[in-house]
Design a protein around this ligand. Sequence first.
Ligand SMILES: *[C@@H]1O[C@H](CO)[C@@H](O)[C@H](O)[C@H]1NC(C)=O
Ligand SMILES: *[C@@H]1O[C@H](CO)[C@@H](O)[C@H](O)[C@H]1NC(C)=O
Ligand SMILES: *[C@@H]1O[C@H](CO)[C@@H](O)[C@H](O)[C@H]1NC(C)=O
Ligand SMILES: *[C@@H]1O[C@H](CO)[C@@H](O)[C@H](O)[C@H]1NC(C)=O
Ligand SMILES: *[C@@H]1O[C@H](CO)[C@@H](O)[C@H](O)[C@H]1NC(C)=O
Ligand SMILES: *[C@@H]1O[C@H](CO)[C@@H](O)[C@H](O)[C@H]1NC(C)=O
Ligand SMILES: *[C@@H]1O[C@H](CO)[C@@H](O)[C@H](O)[C@H]1NC(C)=O
Ligand SMILES: *[C@@H]1O[C@H](CO)[C@@H](O)[C@H](O)[C@H]1NC(C)=O
Ligand SMILES: *[C@@H]1O[C@H](CO)[C@@H](O)[C@H](O)[C@H]1NC(C)=O
Ligand SMILES: *[C@@H]1O[C@H](CO)[C@@H](O)[C@H](O)[C@H]1NC(C)=O
Length: 281
Amino acid sequence: MLDAKPPPSSLPLPIPLLFLVLLFSIAAVSFASDYACQELSTSCGSVTNITYPFWLANDPADLFTHCGYPEFMVICRNNTPILSLATDNYTVTDIDHDRRIISLADADIFGSADTCPRVRHNLTSLTNFSLAYAPSDTYLTFFFNCNDDRTEYTVPCLGHAGGNISFVLTDEMIENNSLVPDNCEAVIVAPVLRDHLNSLEYELANRYKEALQGGFELNWSASTNDTCSHCEQSYGRCGSNMTSSRTLVFACFCSDGRTESYNCSGSHGKKKKKKLKGTQL
Ligand SMILES: *[C@@H]1O[C@H](CO)[C@@H](O)[C@H](O)[C@H]1NC(C)=O
Ligand SMILES: *[C@@H]1O[C@H](CO)[C@@H](O)[C@H](O)[C@H]1NC(C)=O
Ligand SMILES: *[C@@H]1O[C@H](CO)[C@@H](O)[C@H](O)[C@H]1NC(C)=O
Ligand SMILES: *[C@@H]1O[C@H](CO)[C@@H](O)[C@H](O)[C@H]1NC(C)=O
Ligand SMILES: *[C@@H]1O[C@H](CO)[C@@H](O)[C@H](O)[C@H]1NC(C)=O
Ligand SMILES: *[C@@H]1O[C@H](CO)[C@@H](O)[C@H](O)[C@H]1NC(C)=O
Ligand SMILES: *[C@@H]1O[C@H](CO)[C@@H](O)[C@H](O)[C@H]1NC(C)=O
Ligand SMILES: *[C@@H]1O[C@H](CO)[C@@H](O)[C@H](O)[C@H]1NC(C)=O
Ligand SMILES: *[C@@H]1O[C@H](CO)[C@@H](O)[C@H](O)[C@H]1NC(C)=O
Ligand SMILES: *[C@@H]1O[C@H](CO)[C@@H](O)[C@H](O)[C@H]1NC(C)=O
């Protein structure tokens, strides 16, 4: 950026060359700030706004300096944004930064051509995440391959292997214990949006795929990690930095372009630090 000053010349620069110099200095400025912490929206497929605290990785094996919460990594594969929760991958359908809501759908079901897909991903426990199931969610519970003679709420298209049947129940149905089948091969819980479920009403057993494809929502708040929240309290953004020994370490990206190891209040002149501390307490 400093090198891009126009040369002190008595001859007027040819116009095209002046343009080039200008272009390069603009490029240099935006590159520098992008590198510190990506400010621009990044998109993958139809999802725009994949920005802090989310971040877009092109290849999960490609560990590089990034700005965002570690578990908020979005991978773009075949123009489809994917978020991993524990070991399960979900397709990202929307990120709403104002409402702090990310919309997801089970990746297996979302792209499936099967009209009667079998759910494999069980509800993921999000206890240690800065993400939570949103109040707009409710849950479908699938009971697969049950040795049961109940006839209500069976899913006909999931087959009758050896006389066994499968069921799908909503939370409201499960409250009635007499409806819950026992003696089943597997029980899988899947989050869905309450609004999508309500629109299916009595057709759930045949149209549950629509509810699953409609996905569910997670809300996020400030980081649950103390190291990161100290950084954010100093108006920094959390991320990680690759050291020369190729290990990833925590980094706090400050709005003035600095990259700090802890927060943005430190190592910026002692007077300023004292003043900041005074106003914070
Ligand atoms: C989830 O996606 C990652 C990254 O593409 C991939 O390596 C992993 O195998 C996927 N996991 C599952 C369970 O499909
Ligand atoms: C991206 O997010 C900003 C701020 O939340 C919002 O104003 C803008 O409309 C969003 N853009 C898209 C394409 O969703
Ligand atoms: C959450 O984190 C705590 C402390 O780091 C740990 O003891 C606990 O096992 C974790 N729980 C899960 C479900 O990962
Ligand atoms: C529970 O389900 C059974 C069987 O469908 C039904 O007869 C009963 O009325 C239900 N009880 C309640 C409290 O909804
Ligand atoms: C029927 O269900 C029972 C109980 O889950 C299971 O042990 C049995 O293997 C199932 N039969 C078939 C043919 O899948
Ligand atoms: C799925 O989760 C439910 C409730 O959390 C649990 O009862 C069930 O055993 C789990 N199923 C599998 C296949 O892990
Ligand atoms: C999600 O939203 C609920 C209800 O508004 C709130 O209680 C919860 O703390 C939020 N969780 C996160 C991680 O933002
Ligand atoms: C980030 O990594 C670079 C290159 O390895 C290093 O010079 C810099 O000091 C690191 N910053 C922090 C905050 O660790
Ligand atoms: C917080 O994040 C830092 C850096 O990523 C990590 O070293 C530390 O273990 C995290 N702490 C908790 C409680 O998860
Ligand atoms: C900010 O970082 C400095 C060191 O750079 C440290 O002395 C100070 O305790 C940190 N403050 C907070 C709130 O984490």
